[in-house]
Design a protein around this ligand. Structure first.
Ligand code: NAP
Ligand code: ZN
Ligand code: ZN
Length: 351
């Protein structure tokens, strides 16, 4: 077994604290990774605090993992010691069901999430990337190009793929008008991807201080969502709106901005449900409300390659792990510019 250091929370209301545990020895198809950086996703807060009602403790969060390969099982192909690699939200799936066959492992009923999930291989629960190292089957390990800044690439593993995948699924391209709701970790990636795909991009925010940043990232326009007049100006004009908000809110102000057959896609997973949307807004223009969950492994590699081609990474604030509880408090105040990334070198002070 492999001694591993990290940070964990032990219940739904206590701060994260230093924690050590064991990882399995690498099997024939496993890759052992020294974790260098790990992004901080709002899902980490939801789960650390049991806001989705499915938390297993102790919990080591973190599913935006980048690092270097330190050892390889003897059946691993395509990876070498020292390679820069990433691990996102998934570490296993059944490989044979229709979802796995279609490269949509995220929808596999037997998918194993990177943390807070029963660990079918080692028993207990899976532990995530707020830790010194991880052992993952090669199918769930991504290649990270040398052309991407490694720390700024970490958030691509969740925030990146979660916004890229729906934009691709709904075939966003030149001439489409796309709205992104919320300029946090997911939202700022959504702005960058939608712009790179050729869309006319409008960012909706509750924070007046984020307007300039949204435009710098590629939004053609940024609208304060509480400004009714500014919202009205966009009525019935959007092909697609991607809503990344992490809190319960009224969806009607967005459904009415869609044109006929337009889609409001929800990726935020608030702890309390959104109020029921006005049905009239949907039926009169055949508008749709949809959802999307991260992305499969093949598409995640495609997204990473797209980022190299379009010079896209996340805007990050690097923190030592000792500041993780403070980072959570800042994210809850929408004060994140625009993803916290933990530098795991800070763990070494733990010995
Ligand atoms: P984040 O960095 O905290 O950003 C969320 C943003 O939502 C905030 O920055 C803020 O943007 C806006 N917001 C927050 N509270 C709001 C409120 N009460 N009303 C309106 N807007 C509000 O969070 P994230 O990491 O991007 O994650 C966002 C959500 O997506 C979370 O619920 C997370 O669990 C979920 N998620 C889903 C998937 C998936 O596969 N579907 C994957 C990853 C994460 P402004 O300041 O611009 O308003
Ligand atoms: Zn995430
Ligand atoms: Zn499957």
């Amino acid at each position: 077994m492999q001694k591993t250091y990290g940070y964990a929370t032990h219940d739904d209301h206590s701060p994260l604290v230093p924690f050590s545990f064991e990882r399995r020895d690498p099997g024939p198809t496993d890759i052992q990774i020294e974790i260098l950086f790990c992004g901080v996703c709002h899902s980490d807060i939801h789960q650390a605090r049991n806001e989705w009602g499915s938390s297993l403790y102790p919990m080591v969060p973190g599913h935006e993992i980048v690092g270097t390969v330190t050892s390889l099982g003897n059946e691993v192909t395509g990876f070498n010691i020292g390679d820069r690699v990433g691990v996102g939200c998934l570490v296993d799936s059944c490989r044979i069901c229709p979802d796995c066959s279609d490269h949509l492992e995220q929808f596999c009923n037997a998918a194993t999430f990177t943390y807070n999930a029963p660990d079918k291989m080692s028993g207990g629960s899976t532990y995530g990337g707020y830790s010194s190292q991880i052992v993952v089957d090669q199918h769930f390990v991504l290649h990270i190009s040398d052309k991407l800044d490694l720390a700024a690439a970490a958030p691509l593993l969740c925030a990146g793929i979660t916004t890229y995948s729906p934009l691709k699924h709904w075939q966003i391209g030149n001439g489409d008008k796309v709205g992104i709701v919320g300029l946090g970790g997911l939202g700022h990636m959504g702005v960058k991807f939608a712009r790179a795909m050729g869309a006319q991009v409008v960012l909706f925010t509750t924070s007046s201080g984020k307007i300039d940043d949204a435009k710098r990232m590629g939004a053609h326009e940024a609208v304060i969502s509480s400004n009714v007049k500014a919202m009205q100006k966009h009525r019935a004009s959007f092909d697609f709106i991607l809503n990344t908000v992490a809190a319960s809110h009224n969806l009607d102000s967005y459904t009415e901005l869609l044109k006929r057959d337009g889609t409001l896609c929800l990726v935020g997973v608030p702890d309390h449900p959104h109020p029921s949307p006005a049905i009239g807004n949907l039926i009169f223009k055949r508008r749709q409300i949809a959802g999307s969950l991260i992305g499969g492994l093949k598409e995640t590699q495609e997204m990473l390659d797209f980022c190299v081609e379009h010079h896209i990474v996340s805007d990050i604030e690097i923190i030592p792990i000792q500041q993780i509880n403070l980072a959570y408090e800042r994210m809850l105040k929408s004060d994140v510019k625009y993803r916290f990334v933990i530098d795991l070198a800070s763990l070494k002070t733990m010995g």
